[in-house]
Design a protein around this ligand. Sequence first.
Ligand code: NAP
Length: 480
Amino acid sequence: MVESAIQQRPIRVAVIGSGPAGFYAADHLLKQTEFDCEIDMFDKLPTPHGLVRLGVAPDHQKIKSVARVYDKIASNPRFRFFGYVEFGKHIDIRDLERHYHITIFATGAQTDRKLNIPGENFKGSHTATEFVAWYNGHPDYADIEFDLSQENVAIVGVGNVAVDVARILCRGEEELKQTDIANYALELLKRSKVRNVYLLGRRGPAQAAFTNPEVRELGKLSDAQAITYAEEIKLDEHSRKEIEENKHNVTRKKLDILKSYSEFQNKGRSRRLHIRFLVSPTEIIGDEDGNVATIRLVKNELHKMKDGSIKPRPTEEYEEIKVGLVFRSIGYQGVSLPGVPFDVKRGVIHNEKGRIVDPDSGNAVPGLYATGWIKRGSTGVIGTNKQDSRETVDYIILDVKKGLTLNPVQAERRRVEELISERQPDYLTYEDWLRLDEMEKERGKEQGRPRIKYTRIDEMLEALRNEKMDVDGIAANNIK
Ligand code: NAP
């Protein structure tokens, strides 16, 4: 039932998902002055920060430092965190209706798009999402096996995720040791036999999705040589015209960087990173044991569509590359949530600028909102979510002022705590996370690393229990 909630202070808000989009939404809500609000943030993992912890590459520590901003938001007394509490398992949409005026879904995009070509399921064909989650120590991915005894690896797609995967595969031991990469990943990568990494773009260099700082970084790897091929980075007529007409300086710079990689000089580095364009995989061919053995590519040419976009068109020319591992890095995809309208085609929650919409009636569903990748798809960098969450929160403010919220029957804070203690007694608070954070950093200090992550949930819970016992023990001794 919908009724005016503006008088019933404070407005109770649940945020599902604790990545950047969830935190920026919480921040905007806590800072607005139209109404008083309290925020409870839930995450299915014990640890917060979503892709900042588990997606951003471990050799990009500066980017990860944004977590300090989230710690500050979480320090607001009107904010609570419930880690290791899964929507759809420990709480559902009915619980949220009972306890909150507003729910914001900020669950990101947890799966990947499919290539839909034969051989995609051979052993050794993985998604980039799996590899990224694995090397970042995501507990759900810690047991996946990657055969890094292979010499040749193909990565399909030329977005920033593909570049991250390529860089991690090309980094040397000394470089990796300075990161917070999961310990098991460090051990395996130290023994890696990978020598050639092929980044495969289906369009030309002017359309490559990676950004300039990321592609520039590929030229600075200590033990890998980035290489492009003159015939593939030569601009086609359509792209040239577009760049000239629209003065695309960023693209010009990107082309200069890529051109510099074509002037190949053997620097004696042990790995080669081949950045390829105008090729699409048509098949992954396996050996008799069902392992990836070869990737078959068709060469593309570019053509201009009526809407002005430049698209690839296959030619009759094919090429095969012997590879033992394939990573598909062609974009992340959102996963549907029980009881929440979902647009399967786009892989996002049905929404209009953040307001969740019933696809049958076209009407906004009172009290339900979305933000981040589950709202708009997997585009943009961390900062993009700030603006995106502001849009969602601006609509929330409008709706709250009009009284368009849910009407929770149990709106007291303690009621949620009671419910969660009953359904998931092992839940973590933000204070628990901060202790875990300190423990990880402490473990890292011993080896000169930023942190050594806990990568298993049991391990995290045990570390917290042991630490609590130590603290209680000291306290007890002090009393004595
Ligand atoms: P993305 O930027 O959308 O790149 C996807 C790539 O896959 C594109 O090269 C795309 O080519 C290609 N692709 C799509 N379908 C394909 C198909 N069927 N066959 C072959 N290639 C195909 O996605 P992403 O790399 O997953 O990154 C997601 C977002 O996170 C991006 O906004 C990215 O910038 C951001 N991110 C940023 C950083 C950073 O700032 N360092 C790091 C990681 C991720 P087309 O262009 O031809 O479609």
